[in-house]
Design a protein around this ligand. Structure first.
Ligand SMILES: [Zn+2]
Length: 322
């Protein structure tokens, strides 16, 4: 196996035929993505080639610290083979889409293409050929002395659309404002609601929100405010997947049973004594899907609630009542 991040600092070019590289590209479309809110990159190996999945794109390094002629000798046959394999070659101009102070101040000016454009420029290129493959875009980036193949959802290469429209809504504007108070107000609005009219428009904007939010300084004392933001984005994603929002409960400690009952999201159908706590555990049934959760309430610096799904709860079998 030959990678390109050779620690000796010697020049490196991937040791694979164009056919092997494109075969890996076609498998890269199925790679998992890093979890929401995670800063961790996911390393992977496909057919002996090493790469990494970042939040935006799966990256297969092809060359590093190489002679430009060497890089071109590697990429030219790859481009020719990609043309035969995927037919239509597009050209991505990474200088035409930028995210700057103007788009930060006015989210409706955001162009999602600025994200892949920034990645292409960071590799030292200003344009890149790309092809469509299984709902994804495959980009070949020639950075002179280095090269990489990027695979990302094809939506990132499209004209401004649903994502930009979502960012133009009041909630979308707040989430990408970079202003701590505005971001957190919007975060808690998302955490409190199950309203499709609120959550729906945010779904296409998720990647853009995540990109901007990653840079925001949100602070937080006992629980990082970034945790709350990541949880809000999880709720938006669950909504986008058509899942019931009660599935978010186990991920977050601040779902107060009384408030969730007031919001009409759950009903309390029983209690179970809990010798560790002042409060009995409550058995809650989701009003949306019927799933049942046992909720332990505790207090350590702040009140918390731990929601645990009960097996078979959705089937309506009786719970023991304390
Ligand atoms: Zn539910």
């Amino acid at each position: 196996m030959v990678g390109v991040s050779d620690p000796t600092g010697d020049e490196t070019v991937v040791d694979a035929t164009p056919e092997q590289v494109l075969a890996v590209a076609e498998q890269m479309v199925d790679l998992p993505w890093p979890a929401d809110g995670s800063d961790d990159d996911l390393p992977w190996v496909l057919d002996g080639l090493e790469g990494t999945s970042l939040w935006l794109a799966h990256v297969l390094p092809l060359a590093a610290r190489a002679e430009p002629a060497q890089v071109r000798a590697l990429l030219d046959p790859l481009v020719a083979l990609a043309d035969r394999r995927w037919a239509v070659r597009h050209r991505f101009d990474a200088t035409a889409h930028t995210d700057d102070a103007r788009t930060m101040a006015d989210p409706s000016a955001y162009d999602r293409r600025s994200a892949p454009a920034g990645m292409v420029r960071s590799l030292g290129a200003s344009t890149a050929p790309w092809w469509r493959c299984a709902g994804h875009a495959v980009l070949l980036v020639d950075g002179g002395d280095r090269a990489a193949l990027l695979v990302l959802p094809v939506e990132w290469m499209g004209r401004p659309g649903a994502a930009e429209a979502a960012l133009a809504t009041p909630l979308g504007r707040d989430l990408v404002s970079g202003d701590r108070a505005r971001v957190l107000t919007a975060v808690w609005e998302v955490i409190r609601t199950r309203d499709p009219a609120v959550l729906g428009p945010l779904v296409p904007a998720l990647p853009a929100i995540r990109e901007v939010a990653d840079d925001a300084d949100l602070g937080g004392a006992l629980i990082s405010n970034r945790t709350h933001l990541a949880h809000a984005l999880l709720r938006v994603r669950l909504h986008g997947e058509g899942a019931c929002l009660c599935l978010a409960y186990p991920d977050h400690q601040l779902y107060d049973v009384v408030k969730e009952v007031d919001r009409g999201h759950v009903t309390v159908v029983g209690t179970v004594p809990n010798p560790r706590q002042w409060e009995d555990d409550r058995i809650c049934a989701c009003t949306g899907c019927g799933r049942r959760y046992q909720v332990e309430q505790g207090d350590y610096h702040y009140p918390w609630w731990a929601w645990t799904p009960r097996d078979g709860g959705a089937s309506g079998e009786p719970d023991e009542v304390g």
